[in-house]
Design a protein. Structure first.
Length: 327
């Protein structure tokens, strides 16, 4: 519908609805490198189903290679194989200070696809707003890695200062991250990641946050709340957070609350097996594993409070970890 070219600033406002179509072959809006889109209150970008985009970058509602500033409005009911709502390319920047991204879907057709709400190769800063009820639904086989990130998949840089990522889901073969899948760098300074779920037929995990098993990933939690998430998988865990560090990945927690499991507590993060049974020593709050050596496994089934500093460094062999882990 719109392509925002280099040197152009497009401002959307005043109760405008941009309506896509089923079986489209492009994003509804494309922002080229050097272009800027500002989206204010009252705007709807909705109803665009573009599963067959051939660019390798997806984006049912928007594809961003320039600058997208979302101050309000909604991005909803869009679909693509990656970035159901928004896809941010390697040169793109998304700043979200308000608005809602919801009811979008990514089909997650292969390994690094996903991001039901947002897929990020470039940079994403979330200062407010909501990302909810998005999904990744991959039909690939149980033994194939099928991406994930029901709310957000980040292969670039994601900084969350505030806002909510809630009630998103990811399901498929080896699937990670009901709320957020980290394939790059994610820093959580505040906000809330709650009531997301991941269901994996083999492996996978991370109801709130899942960690890609490739090299050079970093997750830093300085604040915020991770609660009410669930992981149901064939082998792995991490109701709140699941991390694989065996390829040189890093996890650091210096603040925030990641709930463990207490029967009857709706804040609890929880790990179940594929039969629905509650598992112990699979990290209701956090589960960390070294992909290459089962000796190096740590986790917390109990709640990790703000003053509970934890770290796990997989850039050295054997890995180094510190803090009050439960196992």
């Amino acid at each position: 519908m719109f392509t925002v070219g280099s040197g152009i600033t497009l401002i959307l406002e005043d109760n405008l609805e941009l309506l896509g179509r089923n079986n489209n072959t492009a994003s509804l809006i494309t922002i080229n490198s050097g272009g800027t889109l500002i989206m204010n209150h009252g705007i709807k970008i909705t109803g665009n189903r573009a599963p067959a985009i051939n660019s390798g970058i997806g984006g049912g509602g928007l594809h961003v290679e320039g600058t997208f500033i979302m101050k309000g409005g909604e991005i909803s009911n869009n679909n693509s194989y990656s970035g159901g709502g928004v896809s941010v390319g390697s040169s793109g920047t998304l700043t979200m200070t308000g608005g809602k991204i919801f009811n979008n879907n990514a089909s997650g057709r292969s390994g690094r696809d996903g991001g039901g709400g947002v897929y990020v190769q470039g940079s994403f800063t979330m200062d407010n707003g909501e990302i909810f009820n998005n999904s990744v639904t991959s039909s690939v086989s149980a033994n194939v890695y099928s991406g994930g990130g029901g709310g957000v998949l980040v292969n670039g840089t994601f900084t969350m200062n505030d806002g909510k990522i809630n009630n998103n889901s990811a399901s498929g073969g080896i699937t990670l991250g009901g709320g957020v899948l980290v394939g790059g760098t994610f820093t959580m300074n505040g906000g809330e990641i709650s009531y997301n779920s991941v269901s994996s037929r083999n492996g996978g995990g991370g109801g709130g946050i899942g960690f890609d098993n490739s090299q050079g990933r970093t997750l830093t939690i300085n604040g915020g709340l991770i609660s009410g998430n669930s992981s149901s998988s064939g082998s792995n865990g991490g109701g709140g957070v699941y991390i694989e560090v065996g390829r040189g990945n890093i996890f650091i927690k210096t603040g925030g609350i990641i709930y463990g499991y207490i029967d009857g507590d709706t804040n609890s993060n929880i790990v179940r097996n594929s039969s629905g049974n509650i598992l112990q020593n699979r990290g209701h709050a956090i589960h960390v594993s070294d992909t290459y050596n089962s000796l190096y496994v740590s986790g917390k089934d109990s709640t990790s409070e703000p003053n509970d500093n934890l770290s796990f460094n997989g850039t050295v062999k054997p890995p180094i970890w510190s803090g009050n882990w439960d196992y």
